[in-house]
Structure formats: C-alpha cells, structure tokens
Design a protein around this ligand. Sequence first.
Ligand SMILES: NC(=O)c1ccc[n+]([C@@H]2O[C@H](COP(=O)([O-])OP(=O)(O)OC[C@H]3O[C@@H](n4cnc5c(N)ncnc54)[C@H](O)[C@@H]3O)[C@@H](O)[C@H]2O)c1
Ligand SMILES: [Zn+2]
Length: 375
Amino acid sequence: MTAPVRLAEPTSVRVALAERSYDIVIGRNLLPQLGSSIAALRPGAAAAIVTDETVARHHLAAAEASLADAGMRTARVVVPAGEASKSWPVLERICNGLLAEKIERRDLVVALGGGVVGDLAGFAAAVTRRGLDVVQVPTTLLAQVDSSVGGKTGINAAQGKNLIGAFHQPVLVLADTTLLDTLPPREFRAGYAEVAKYGLINDAAFFAWLEANWRDVFAGGPARDQAIAVSCRAKASIVGRDERETGDRQLLNLGHTFGHAFEAAAGFSDRLLHGEAVALGIALAYGFSAELGLLPQADADRATAHLAAVGLPTRVSDLRDAPGIDRLMELMAQDKKVKGGKLTFILARGIGQSFVAADIDAGAVRAYLAARLEG
Ligand SMILES: NC(=O)c1ccc[n+]([C@@H]2O[C@H](COP(=O)([O-])OP(=O)(O)OC[C@H]3O[C@@H](n4cnc5c(N)ncnc54)[C@H](O)[C@@H]3O)[C@@H](O)[C@H]2O)c1
Ligand SMILES: [Zn+2]
C-alpha cells in the first residue's frame, strides 16, 4: 500500500493530466466548503447543481447553502433517481435547464450524486455550449472511489450501457465521506466491491489491510476515509498513465466482463447492483485464472472469501435467478471488450497481480461458466 494517509485533515490526490489535471479532495464534512473551493477555482462563476431526487432530499440544501455563502449565483436541475435517467430525454432536460438558467462558458456544473448523476451531468457539461467545466461531488461509495474520477461520462443506448458519451475530466472532485452516512447499506456494500478491486488489481498490501479493517471501513470514520483515499490514488495513477483506455486502464475492468453479462441479464436493475455483479465477476475471474493454471487456487479462494465475508455475491448460486449459458455467452460477446471474436479478460497471477489477457478463447470461458452454472 502506498504511503499512509494523514487523517486529521482532508487528503488531496492529484490526477496528473497536463492542462487537464485536477485534485480529488477526500475528507469528512467537506460539503460546507464546496462554495469556497469553487469560488477559489473560478472567481465570479455561477454554479448549476445537477442531482437526483433522493440525493436532493438528503444533501441539496447543504450544497446550495455552501454556494450561496460563497456569494455564488446557483441553479438546480433535479432528475429522477436511478439508471433509467441515463437517457436522451433526461440529458435533454438537463442541457435545456442549464441554458434556461443562463449558465455560460465561464460557469460550472456541479454533479451532486452517485455514478448516474456524475455520468449524466458530466456528459451534459461536455456538450452544452461546447463544453462547461464540471465539479464532481460524489455521494455514493462507488462514485467516490471510481466513477467521479477519470472523466468518463455518458448515457445508455438501446444497444447497451454507456454507449453514448464523452471523455470530460472534472476540474475538481470533492468527496465528502460523511455524505455516505445516508447511503443504504446495500449500496455501500456494492461500492465496496470496487474498493477491493484496487487491492486485487495491483496492491496486495491494500487487500490485506482491507481483510483486517473492512468492518471499520463499513462503520465509517478514519478507516473509511483511508480506503477511499487509497482507492482514489490507485484510480488517479492508472488514469494518469492511460486516460483513454488503450492499455493499463483496462485493468479497472477486473471482474467487469463476467459481471456485465450477469448485470445485463438482470436488466441493469436492483435485482443485481453493479458492484454486486463486479464482486461475482471478480470471483469468477480469479477462479478462471486458477482453472487456467495461472494462479494458485489458494489465492482465488482468498479473494473470493473476502468478498463473501462482506456479504457480496461470489457464486452463481448466490443469484436469485441466473441466466443460462447461451444467454451469458451472447451477452459477453456483445460487450465492447470483445475484439475479433476473442474475449479480453483481466486475469490474475496472484493477489494484486492482475493483467490484461486479450486472447482468451470463448470455448474455455464457456466450459468454465457452464460448470459454475451447474455447480
Ligand atoms: N464514469 C465512470 O467511470 C463510471 C464508473 C463506474 C460506474 N459508472 C456508472 O455509475 C452508475 C452507478 O453509480 P451508483 O452505484 O453510484 O448508482 P446511483 O447513482 O444510481 O446511486 C445509487 C442509489 O443511491 C442513491 N443515493 C446516492 N447517494 C446517496 C446518499 N448519499 N444517500 C442516500 N442515497 C443516495 C441514488 O439516488 C440511487 O438511488 C452506473 O450508471 C455506471 O455505469 C460510471
Ligand atoms: Zn465498476
């Protein structure tokens, strides 16, 4: 695990992308500083908050008060909560709302919410007036450790998830970890799959730390902040090396090729949350690596045991209704990580030793999955 995180004050992680570099600020009770942070970055700017109805109930008043205290003109666009909002009609509503509120090129969009709001508001900012700056204020664990960082924005198409979008890096990410206190436990647990993922990708010491400290991460306080900060450092480092996912950034897809297929089969609904699908996908990716003789079985068992200990699904039998093998293979083939008939998987040689395997034979995957579906 990289250098210890100081916990008494907010931690700042730099995403180094030349003229598009920005800070991720992580800490407790940061929302009251949102206005002054933005005012320091863009003196005189107005800010339009985009949020969803659920987050608005909990945190919009505090966000608006903070902006008003800093003397900023504010506007708001509130959309329905849920994945269905990542659509053309809701995007159009947001863009029109920004224009109606006279948000100009020098003003800002504030994405206050989980990954849905972050992706939507980020994309609206990317295309309105040919590009407005966006500040991400993530309110789910998934958004704080993953989706608010790295600049991927977008909406879903009939053909699949996240197929319409743009790279649009934020100018600031403000991760107030106390906002997670209102998050339903199931959502927190799902986000934790992405935290564990960083350990399993390339930080064995972090994974061991999580095995020892996950209860404190769930309880809140310093361990939670530390887990979020280490996760953000990991993502920032990968994004800094490979902003557009031509190489290393693919490692972030650990568990996602298997996971997406199960998520799609469940209709991207709350039958199976994204992080839950990722946990199952990681367990399958580690198991598959062991089956291929790349990884000691004990390491696959260890990765799986940790995810299961926090209450995440790790076996196909943990799902209420699993899809059949034909449907699963079809969904995996539709996934954008397929090139020339071969499947790209993130596999592992050890805990914290994941790698991109671009040439995996679909037949081997099918045999492995079919056995899991029967078992
Ligand atoms: N851009 C990226 O790099 C990236 C990465 C991973 C995932 N994503 C996207 O993120 C989305 C999933 O994000 P998510 O898991 O945050 O889902 P989400 O945004 O739908 O939030 C989950 C639920 O929690 C509610 N909520 C959010 N914050 C809350 C809080 N503090 N208190 C109480 N309730 C709260 C929301 O209203 C929603 O009902 C997917 O659309 C996925 O495609 C994007
Ligand atoms: Zn994910």
